[in-house]
Design a protein around this ligand. Sequence first.
Ligand code: UDX
Length: 441
Amino acid sequence: MRIAMIGTGYVGLVSGACFSEFGMSVTCVDSDASKIERLKQGEIPIYEPGLNQLVAGNANSGRLRFATDLKAAVADADAVFLAVGTPSRRGDGHADLSFVYAAVQEIAHALSGYAVVITKSTVPVGTGDTIDRMIREIRPDADYDVASNPEFLREGSAINDFMRPDRVVIGVDSERAKEVMRRIYRVLYLIETPIVFTDRVTAELTKYAANAFLATKITFINEIADLCEAVGADVHDVARGIGLDGRIGRKFLHAGPGFGGSCFPKDTLALVQTARDAGAALRIVETVVDINTERKRRMAAKIIDACGGAVAGKAIGLLGVTFKPNTDDMRDAPSLEIVPALQAAGAIVRAFDPAGMAEGKKLLADVTWCNDAYTAIDGADALVLLTEWNEFRALDLTRTRSLLRRPIFIDLRNVYNPGQMAAAGFIYESIGRPALAAEEG
Ligand code: UDX
């Protein structure tokens, strides 16, 4: 089975490397020649645990190749996966499909012999039909099918998510395409992964519905956390108490500063637009989008409150700027709202992130970037834990307390225990849990 993977972004690179690990012969194609050159040298442009070794191993075995020549890769392929970017279009929240359509035109010209063209990037409902029509118009003679195979992997655990998924969703409209997809995922059949075959539109919608549901679940617990703060309850226990009900489930009930990343913010917006265009309304998802945007802004006010109502001239130590741990990705990260708001209120921000500082330097101005957590903490008037990297879960609390000018610790990820923090002498604020008075020490 020969696969052409068009696009070497996050999804393309991970999927290409994993398919080659499944035993397929994969060519990853990108129009960016310097990127392809770097990949050929074994340089991985993104931070993802395990990806380096996976790419190196499969490239050495000859199963994984990198190329700029789309035509040759497609002509040779049984399956052509589209994994190019689909950013949010400025203004209207629709996904921008210009990269997808540009790739489809090239693919159409290059098709030779039967191939299945598969969307792997998240594309709006109905895109498969448009792709099908485009190829037919350009190449009435071509022998192909168009399928949808959305990707559910999470950054930071992408390889495991790809290799051992809860399920695979595939939208096809012919037996022939179904057979090709079965062969590609043969390895997953062996470990009894459920494979949901459906039609194309349903597969496309399933991806958005999954992301919108998870974003809603997070937003729900975030609002419950606010209520916990108002009535003196503990959101951690509420989440556990409801999550143990199998109908609700324990995952994605972690209250925090609001969701970010490359998928939830973009996909919830795009789904709302799709519903509007179809004359339907998705009021729950619309509200989730609004609440989450507002929440990220409100986090700066929470920090300022914890600092006694003003931060002008104060130094704030910030741990973590990426939207979550184990990634260097800062797309729609809460830090992008919080840092400028603190600076506008006159604060001096001293930040450290294990992988996000290169990106952070591009996206955030006037931040003092520190070489490690304790340098960021040193002399700060308050400490904010914003991304729950493992190394921030095991801070030396005595050292932290002695380095801080004032022992204010604002934990926006509920990493620490309020009792333990009060005993350690911190004025500790977290999300949705009662604050305890710091013990003298
Ligand atoms: C998500 C989906 O999980 C994945 O299936 C899809 O393919 C792409 O989008 P990702 O964006 O990589 O993956 O990260 P995820 O771990 O889902 O976290 C998204 C955001 O939600 C982060 O900002 C995270 O901090 C936040 N989150 C997640 C919470 O605030 N609470 C939770 O309980 C879970």
